[in-house]
Design a protein around this ligand. Structure first.
Ligand code: 5AD
Length: 331
C-alpha cells in the first residue's frame, strides 16, 4: 500500500506532524495521489462546483505595517486612493451584470472606510440582491455586528502564520489579538475565512504544519493558502517567493481536513506559474475571485505588486474548464 493509501485509511485526524511534513513536501506520483485524495473529498462532500466572486479593491490606505505587504503604512512611495460610494456601487453592478452573485469588498485596514461601508453594503445586499464578503482587517465585535446588520454575510481575516513570535515580528502586532478578532467576527454571525502565507522568509516546515493545525482548529467557512510574493518597497523585497508545490499541498491537506470548506485558488499561484490556478483547482480548491477593480486603480493595489496576475472573467472560465469543473450556480 502506498503512503497516501495508508493515510487515507486512517484519515486526517490520525496524521502526525511527520506525516503532514511528508504531505507538504510531496512531489511527483505522491503529490498526484494527494491531489486525488483532496479531489475525492471535495466531490464526496458535494463541493465540486466552483464559486465565482467579484472583488472590488476599495482602498489601499492601511494602518498596519506588515513586512510582506507594499500597502504597509510606512511605504511612502505608494499613491493612496479610496473609492467613492458611487464608484463601488457601479462596480458592484458590473459584477452582477456579469452573472456573479458575490461582491467581495477588499481594502487596507482603515476604520475610516466604515462610513463608506454603511452606505454601500445595504444597497448591494437589499437593492442589488447580492452576497457581500468583506476583507478589511481588524475591527471590534461591535463593528462586525454592525456589518452583519448592514447585510454582510462573510469576512476574511487571515492569521498569516501560526508562529506568534514570527507574527509579531513581521506585522508588529499580536497573533493572539488577531485570533481573538477573528473569533469576534465569527461570534457576530459572519461566516469567516482565514489562512496562511506559505514560504515566508525563514519559515521552517514545522511552522507550516502548525499553520494547518491552527487553520483546522478555527473551523472556518473558507480557508486559503497563498505563496509568499516578495513586494518592492518592503523589508522582504529581496527574499525568494514561496514554493508553489508546497502551497498546493497545503490546499489539499486543508481540503482533506475540513471537507466542505471553501478554498480559493488564489491569483498569486498564477503569478508564479502558468496555469497555477488550474493546479489549485486540481489540488482541491473551489472558488476563484475575479478582479473588477478599474485598470487605473489596480496598479495601486500592491498586495502582490511586482508579479501581480489580475484575474479576468475569461481567465476564470477557461481555468474552470481546463480543470474539468463547472461554475456553481445558486438559485
Ligand atoms: N505575499 C503573499 N500574501 C500576501 N498578502 C499580502 N501581501 C502578501 C505577499 N507579499 C496577503 C495576506 C493578507 C491578504 C489580504 O493578502 O495574507 O491577509
Amino acid at each position: 500500500m502506498s503512503i497516501i493509501e495508508q493515510m487515507r485509511k486512517s484519515g486526517f485526524e490520525a496524521l502526525t506532524d511527520e506525516d503532514i511534513m511528508k504531505l507538504l513536501t510531496a512531489e511527483g506520483g505522491m503529490q498526484q495521489d494527494l491531489f486525488q485524495w483532496a479531489r475525492d473529498v471535495r466531490r464526496e462532500n458535494g463541493c465540486d462546483d466552483v464559486l465565482l466572486r467579484g472583488v472590488v479593491e476599495i482602498s489601499n490606505v492601511c494602518n498596519k505595517n506588515c513586512d510582506y505587504c507594499a500597502m504597509r503604512a510606512s511605504n511612502k512611495d505608494l499613491v493612496r486612493y479610496t473609492m467613492s460610494a458611487e464608484e463601488i456601487l457601479a462596480i458592484a453592478q458590473a459584477i452582477k451584470d456579469n452573472g456573479i452573485q458575490i461582491v467581495f469588498l477588499q481594502g487596507g485596514q482603515n476604520p475610516r472606510n466604515d462610513i463608506l461601508l454603511e452606505q454601500v453594503i445595504p444597497i448591494i445586499r437589499n437593492d442589488m440582491k447580492m452576497g457581500v464578503l468583506l476583507c478589511l482587517g481588524e475591527r471590534s465585535q461591535d463593528v462586525y455586528e454592525k456589518f452583519v446588520r448592514l447585510g454582510a454575510i462573510s469576512y476574511i481575516l487571515k492569521f498569516e502564520t501560526s508562529d506568534a513570535d514570527h507574527y509579531k515580528e513581521i506585522t508588529g502586532s499580536s497573533l493572539e489579538n488577531r485570533l481573538n478578532t477573528l473569533r469576534w467576527a465569527q461570534n457576530s454571525g459572519l461566516k469567516v475565512g482565514t489562512g496562511n502565507i506559505v514560504g515566508l522568509p525563514d519559515q521552517p516546515l514545522q511552522s507550516l504544519v502548525n499553520d494547518i493545525r491552527l487553520g483546522v482548529s478555527i473551523k472556518p467557512d473558507f480557508i486559503s493558502a497563498s505563496p509568499f510574493i516578495p513586494n518592492p518597497n518592503t523589508p522582504m523585497e529581496q527574499h525568494i517567493h514561496g514554493n508553489v508545490n508546497m502551497t498546493l499541498n497545503t490546499m489539499s491537506i486543508l481540503r482533506i481536513a475540513l471537507k466542505t470548506v471553501t478554498i480559493p485558488s488564489v491569483s498569486a499561484l498564477e503569478s508564479l506559474v502558468k496555469d497555477g490556478q488550474r493546479m489549485g483547482l486540481d489540488a482541491g480548491a473551489n472558488v476563484i475571485t475575479i478582479n473588477f477593480t478599474p485598470k487605473e486603480t489596480q496598479s495601486l493595489y500592491k498586495i502582490y505588486s511586482e508579479r501581480r496576475f489580475v484575474v479576468s472573467l475569461e481567465h476564470a472560465y477557461s481555468t474552470i474548464e481546463k480543470a474539468g469543473l463547472r461554475i456553481h450556480k445558486t438559485e
